[in-house]
Design a protein around this ligand. Structure first.
Ligand code: BG6
Length: 474
């Protein structure tokens, strides 16, 4: 009978930009996410189709208030501690530490906030796992340098990263450099602050920016190790395999191609060099990377582990004729006829988690860490105040079972972190009603509500899962 190791890190996550709010408090500067409104203009800004996004007084920006974690973090961490989490994942808001991005010294209020937050995690018995950039770059760097288009941004990022390692290494041992690094392909402004000018070769801009991001990530790994031998740094992939729609070799080839496109970034971060398929891919996309001598040597610093989010598998076909497209997610997919979908159209595929884990380990032979998995669903508060989210429990149970199977297959896994600990603003839609948490937050899609926190049924369920180290999933 399989047993989870005693050291297995059960946890849950949030991100600064979806939870903290307080977007102008404590000396914080604007970040790319602050510019993304809720409503009809959301997608064009998020995808970088608005050349220079500016705040519009008549629009609503959900990330400005989040779920006010900035003022509720002690209460929220106490709830996470009560569930027995062994690890709590969050991110640092870069513009809380460097409001414009290019300052010489960090904002002391920002440092004090995160120090207290990480100390509080430890008091609650939780290991913090910290992402340096979760869809986050200061607007000062976007406006002055075009964000990651510019190689100069690497130095600003490294100043920020070094500040984090210096100030927070006493409390934090697990770090991720860039959240879902591959999402820059699909959502360039929210992913990396990239907005396009009309007529530009998007691929040239994206892959050049990615080259800078990869150089920054590799150097950050080196810095983290220099600050503490205990620091462990991971890359982070928006995971989920690309299934061929059929056994037609043309569909299978399309899935091979899509996998390469998806794994391209972590191929570099984990193997330490550009993959062999890159040259042809760049040629086909009209990309000519501008590099400098020494870049190969920098990229050669690899991550200690591979973290990934898993919500759904994807499906591809050589021809889209007669196929239904599932466009509920920024990563477009052909509709898989074998799978049910969530209320937001995301395919539900627990076995796909086992498949992804096996494929990632076969390819890289490095320990994995699941740092996001969960179900976005509408929750209803009953008249007695309870929230019966059995559907979420069922989703998580199925995925934990699949993960257990993958571990039995021989895949080493450091831990399992759900998305999300508490309800927060959805990254894709900006809605509050797309809820993922074990803790309900009273706030609606228009920003109204008391912000009161309530434990959902899944809260008690996950508490038991952790207390029994995964033995009891009922
Ligand atoms: C991942 C992100 O893409 O998926 C999170 O890292 C995000 O930030 C999560 O919230 C779920 O996606 P969404 O769009 O439903 O919030």
């Amino acid at each position: 009978m399989f047993q989870f190791p005693e050291t297995f890190l059960w946890g849950s996550a949030i991100s600064a930009n979806q939870a903290e709010g307080a977007f102008r408090e404590g000396g914080r500067g604007l970040s790319n996410i602050d510019m993304i409104p809720h409503g009809q203009h959301r997608m064009e800004v998020k995808l970088g189709q608005t050349a220079q996004p500016a705040l519009q007084p008549e629009e609503f920006y959900p990330s400005h208030t989040g779920v006010d974690f900035y003022h509720h973090y002690r209460e929220d961490l106490a709830l996470m501690g009560e569930m027995g989490l062994r690890v709590f994942r969050t991110s640092i808001s870069w513009s809380r530490l460097f409001p414009q991005g290019d300052e010489e010294t960090p904002n002391p209020e920002g440092i004090a906030f995160y120090k207290d937050l990480f100390q509080e995690c430890r008091k609650q018995g939780m290991e913090p796992l910290v992402t340096l950039s979760h869809f986050d770059i200061p607007m000062g760097l976007v406006e002055k340098y075009g964000a990651w288009r510019s190689r100069k941004v690497i130095a600003f990022f490294l100043r920020y990263a070094e500040t984090c390692f210096r100030e927070f290494s006493p409390y934090v041992r697990y770090w991720l450099t860039f959240n879902e690094i591959n999402i820059v392909l699909h959502s360039p402004f929210s992913g990396a602050g990239i907005a396009f000018q009309p007529g530009e070769n998007r691929n040239q801009v994206i892959y050049q920016a990615a080259h800078h991001i990869l150089l920054a990530s590799a150097q950050a790994v080196r810095l983290a190790h220099r600050y503490s031998a205990e620091n462990k740094v991971g890359c982070m992939l928006a995971g989920g395999s690309f299934y061929p729609y059929s056994c037609n070799p043309a569909d299978v080839m399309e899935s091979v191609r899509k996998e390469q496109e998806n794994l391209f970034f972590i191929d570099v971060q984990v193997r330490g060099h550009y993959p062999s398929y890159a040259a042809k891919m760049f040629r086909e996309k009209g990309v000519q990377l501008v590099t400098e001598p020494g870049d190969d040597e920098i990229l050669n610093t690899t991550t200690d582990f591979i973290s990934f989010s898993y919500y759904a598998s994807r499906c591809v076909a050589a021809s889209l004729e007669d196929k239904q497209i599932n466009d509920g997610n920024v990563v477009r997919s052909v509709k898989n006829p074998y799978l049910q979908t969530s209320q937001w159209g995301w395919a539900i595929d627990p076995l796909g988690l086992r498949i992804t884990m096996n494929q990632l380990y076969d390819r890289y032979q490095k320990p994995l860490f699941i740092v996001e998995n969960g179900l976005g669903a509408k929750d209803v508060v009953q008249p007695d105040g309870t929230i019966d989210d059995e559907y979420r429990i069922d989703y998580l149970r199925q995925h934990i079972l699949a993960m257990r199977d993958a571990m039995e297959d021989g895949v080493p896994l450091l831990g399992y972190i759900t998305w999300s600990g508490i309800d927060l603003v959805s990254a894709s839609t900006g809605e509050m009603s797309k809820r993922y948490g074990f803790v309900y937050v009273d706030k609606d899609d228009n920003g109204n509500g008391t912000l009161q926190r309530r434990r959902k049924k899944s809260f008690y369920w996950y508490k038991q899962v952790i207390a029994t180290n995964g033995r009891c999933l009922d």
